[in-house]
Design a protein around this ligand. Structure first.
Ligand code: ACO
Length: 370
């Protein structure tokens, strides 16, 4: 029997901090309103040099470092994002090239803020089926690029960042225990980024009408989220054959403090069992669960053997939960030098690009054979 263990984790957030007071100079809002309605104090905003792929790459390297796994040993990379670098190529393929994971397959997954749970489940299933051994799962967002900074209903909520887990096959029992994934597309209109896809490709009209910005029915999303968080947590625990009382920690999607408090009431659990860091990062969408997990571990709230549930909700509508027995990194015999791997990844990428140019010249891509 093969189990999928989480053996590495890492996060990356932009340096630039945007506080509620900063926002109050941009739109008609104030710190008191945002804190009392959401719990958010500040969020991180990507610089021009940063993108979903660069943040994902940084988080991935940190996770690989902790797992002491070479990028070349990865079999599969799954990147979950609602703000991918492009429609295609996938952000996962860009990460694959950045880290030099030369034998890994790579694909993006879109399930909004629930995406990391979906991606983790896909990675764990691939390991359990025996088809792969080492999987990198990343949640990454630069949603700040899709926010109308004049719309106070949305601009105070979101932030940028990335988080990554390494999943590895192991015969030791533990790791990912169960998961439940749900969707209700009838609520798709509650939270949308209408244009830029095939229905409304970019045009002067879509830009004029602001259809490249996030649009949200905040109250509708709030009602939906408070209904599903506790229920999904219970389902995942039940599927794992565990009782709610067995839970050591819940890492919920970090959207709104009041939604997390509602989940706590629904589960009849104290808030101390919930990891919360949305005050410092806002809603980083699919990146929020891995970022909160990294901080839970670093602050000593997550220990080997703990039973943890990750639970999230988001656009789609989607929601889900995943129960895991936290295993922690494997014992290390010899440390992998990730700096050297990154250096060779860059060289490899340049060589492959040069070879493609040479091939084009040889086969007439630039003139001959037209
Ligand atoms: N500052 C000041 N006033 C504001 C702000 C703000 N930042 N945002 C909204 N308001 C105003 C509105 O304009 C409105 O004013 P009006 O009545 O004059 O029109 C009023 O506040 C609306 O208040 P409510 O809707 O009652 O506010 P509520 O308590 O519902 O809080 C919020 C709004 C924070 C958006 C809440 O509904 C919420 O968190 N919903 C969930 C949103 C969410 O989690 N989205 C992400 C989902 S995950 C994903 O997939 C990306």
């Amino acid at each position: 029997m093969v189990y999928a263990h989480i053996t590495g984790w890492g996060m990356a957030v932009p340096e630039k901090i945007l506080t509620n007071d900063d926002l109050s100079k941009m739109v008609d809002t104030n710190d008191e309103w945002i804190r009392s309605r959401t719990g958010i104090r500040e969020r991180r905003i990507a610089s021009d040099e940063e993108s979903s792929a660069t943040l994902a790459t940084k988080a991935a390297i940190r996770a690989l470092n902790l797992a002491n796994l070479k990028p070349t040993e990865l079999d599969l990379i799954i990147v979950s994002s609602s703000s991918p670098e492009h429609i295609f190529p996938s952000t996962a393929s860009l990460v694959q090239d950045n880290i030099g994971a030369k034998k890994a397959g790579a694909f993006d997954l879109s399930a909004a803020c629930t995406g990391f749970i979906y991606a983790l489940d896909m990675g764990a299933q691939a390991i359990r089926s025996g088809s792969v051994k080492n999987v990198l799962v990343v949640g990454t967002e630069t949603l700040s690029r899709f926010i109308d900074w004049t719309d106070r209903n949305t601009c105070s909520l979101f932030g940028d960042g990335a988080g990554a887990f390494v999943l590895q096959a192991d015969e030791r029992p533990g790791g990912v225990l169960s998961s439940v994934l749900h969707s209700d597309g009838s609520g798709g209109d509650l939270l949308t980024l209408p244009a830029g896809g095939s229905k409304y490709p970019a045009s002067a009209a879509t830009v004029r009408d602001g259809l490249h910005f996030i649009q949200m029915d905040g109250k509708g999303v709030f009602r939906f989220a408070t209904r599903v968080m506790a229920r999904a947590t219970k389902e995942a625990m039940e599927k794992a054959g565990l009782e709610i009382e067995d839970l050591d920690l819940i890492v919920p999607h970090q959207a709104n403090m009041r939604i997390i408090e509602a989940a706590a009431r629904g589960l009849k659990m104290p808030m101390e069992k919930f990891m919360v860091n949305l005050d410092r990062y806002g809603n980083t969408s699919t990146a929020s669960i891995p970022i909160a997990t990294v901080e839970a571990f670093e602050s000593g709230r997550l220990k080997e053997g703990d039973t943890v549930v990750f639970v999230g909700f988001g656009a789609g509508l989607t929601w889900g939960a995943l129960a895991t027995e936290w295993s922690g990194p494997r014992p290390v015999e010899k440390r992998v030098n990730h700096g050297a791997y990154l250096f060779w990844a860059r060289i490899r990428s340049v060589i492959l690009r040069l070879m493609r140019i040479a091939e084009g010249v040889l086969w007439g891509r630039y003139g001959r054979g037209k």
